[in-house]
Design a protein around this ligand. Structure first.
Ligand code: ZN
Length: 135
């Protein structure tokens, strides 16, 4: 017995993660999110979705800083234990610092774009408390 494949509904919104990886709007997947390094456009240049009230706070900095720390922290302990001249260790630490700063600067816009698109996709908003009738 053969069943016919069920047609899936067409995707109306692009994946918030994939569009964030490309630094694109989570609603249309085409418009650029940023007008400069971390400054958001006021609205999507393609679909017009407003972005001037969106705020990811320090979430991207936390995730990027923590991730880069986890990736690079072992080298902070490995480099001093290696048998090499002190000058080479200084150079190795300088290279390690450059790698850490480079990774953070490269990943920060991507993390901000992904978090912003996820917030918009899931309708995240400020917490508010409504008073009940017995108050
Ligand atoms: Zn858009």
């Amino acid at each position: 017995m053969c069943q016919e494949p069920v047609a899936e509904p067409p995707m109306t919104q692009p994946s918030p993660i994939l569009s964030g990886l490309r630094l694109r709007c989570g609603a249309c997947g085409k418009g650029k999110l940023f007008r400069s390094y971390l400054k958001l456009n006021d609205a999507c240049p393609v679909c017009g979705r407003p972005m001037n009230n969106e705020d990811t706070a320090d979430g991207p900095a936390f995730f990027v800083g923590f991730g880069v720390l986890v990736l690079t922290a072992p080298f902070i302990f490995i480099v001093p234990m290696m048998s090499m001249p002190a000058a080479a260790k200084v150079v190795a630490f300088a290279v390690l610092c450059a790698v850490v700063i480079g990774l953070i600067l490269a990943l920060l816009p991507v993390a901000k774009a992904i978090l912003l698109n996820l917030q918009l996709h899931h309708g995240a908003e400020e917490a508010s408390f409504e008073r009940g009738e017995d108050d």
